[in-house]
Design a protein around this ligand. Structure first.
Ligand code: SF4
Length: 88
């Protein structure tokens, strides 16, 4: 077993360079499974976190521009984003 500590700041550096707003994300300490779950419970939990997120607009813009297909982003589910994109 490897007891080395992984410095998450190093792992997160490329993400923060690309998306500086992510440093303020309400989901930064949440389990990724909540945002990429396949049931309504996890979707609801993710949407509740998004509802208090101060960078929700930036996150939704990113998700729409990069055509993120999976998960909850910017307070919107996969289906909701798909609908938004089809209306553009
Ligand atoms: S809007 Fe939701 S998914 Fe996006 S950064 Fe905020 S909490 Fe995370």
């Amino acid at each position: 077993m490897n007891n080395e500590t992984i410095d998450l700041r190093v792992l997160a550096a490329p993400i923060l360079a690309e998306r500086p707003w992510a440093a303020f994300a309400a989901c930064r300490d949440a389990e990724a499974d909540i945002f990429f779950g396949t049931n309504r419970d996890s979707e609801g939990a993710a949407l509740r976190i998004c509802s208090i997120c101060t960078v929700c607009d930036e996150c939704l813009d990113h998700a729409l521009q990069t055509r993120e297909r999976f998960g909850v982003w910017g307070g919107a589910t996969e289906k909701q984003r798909k609908r938004m994109l089809s209306n553009w």
